[in-house]
Design a protein around this ligand. Structure first.
Ligand SMILES: [Zn+2]
Ligand SMILES: [Zn+2]
Ligand SMILES: [Zn+2]
Length: 283
């Protein structure tokens, strides 16, 4: 048991990943590991030891192998786009017993999409060792997993109902982490919910405006308004060269990369101490 929420960025790439098939741009041909991005996913370990994954893209298997993830207590989904769903079948490795179900949480439209794409997993006829046994839970408001309260954060992302997730300590209401990998706009109520969060993770596709994703300038404006202790951008296209963009960002904002590990509420900060102003012991 540890006090903080641990996170690992499993993937930080846009829907087609980076490098992109058939692209010979400087980023796609770069050897810099920070320019090589699998599809977006986040792993979270809560202070009471729950192992959670947010989204299961097509790269799920290699991501779990790379990070040594061997146990999951639940999978959360932000929306129904294929780059966030299509590793779903690989969750079978986390329900290996006859009756071992895996709770999955997501917007109703996303669960409907999963039921179509992976009908065999939902029809109740496959209670075998080695088959995935999802236990669907429609996200229509805040819910709890152990000592963590998880709040859906509605955002606008093209035509598809999409949410991010806010992770709070249920006992204190302290906001550890907000994850919004896909968004074009962040509505005011969601911006309000972000206030005071320790770590914010936000879509920032690339440097020019896009019809369904935040661009760098828009993401920086949201980061400034949210005022998190640290903000990390994700879901990058191959127009984002890590070495070129990272030095241009404000001090508490960074570009995430595959394998980046962070901790909300660092161990030096106990509950009740403002992480942005940790007091004498940290100076
Ligand atoms: Zn996406
Ligand atoms: Zn490229
Ligand atoms: Zn999307």
């Amino acid at each position: 048991m540890s006090e903080g929420f641990e996170i690992v960025f499993l993937g930080t790439g846009t829907s087609i990943g980076v490098p992109v098939i058939g692209c010979d741009c400087p980023v796609c041909t770069s050897r810099d590991p920070k320019n090589q991005r699998t599809r977006c996913s986040l792993w979270v370990r809560t202070p009471d030891g729950h192992s959670l994954i947010v989204d299961t893209g097509p790269d799920l298997r290699v991501q779990c192998l790379r990070e040594g993830i061997t146990h999951l207590d639940a999978a959360l989904f932000t929306h129904e786009h294929s780059d966030h769903l299509m590793g779903f079948d690989d969750l079978r490795r986390f329900t290996v017993g006859h009756d071992a179900s895996l709770p999955i949480h997501g917007p109703p439209s996303c669960l409907d999409r999963l039921r179509v794409a992976f009908a065999y997993a939902f029809n109740g006829e496959n209670r075998y060792v080695g088959y995935l046994k999802p236990e669907p839970h429609a996200v229509e408001g805040p819910f709890r997993i152990g000592d963590t309260r998880i709040v859906p954060l509605p955002v606008k992302h093209g035509k598809v109902p999409t949410i991010g997730y806010l992770f709070e300590k249920a006992a204190t209401g302290r906001k550890a982490l907000a994850y919004i990998p896909d968004a074009k706009t962040v509505p005011e109520p969601t911006l309000e919910a972000l206030r005071g969060v320790d770590i914010l993770i936000l879509d920032a596709l690339h440097d020019t405006p896009h019809p369904t994703h935040l661009c760098l300038e828009e993401s920086l404006a949201i980061a400034a308004r949210a005022g998190a202790r640290e903000t990390w951008f994700t879901h990058f296209s191959c127009r984002m060269d890590y070495r070129a963009v990272e030095p241009t960002l404000p001090e508490n904002v960074g570009l995430a990369w595959d394998g980046l590990k962070r901790r909300a509420f660092p161990a030096t900060n106990r509950d009740g101490i403002d992480p942005a102003n940790p007091g004498e012991s940290e100076r």
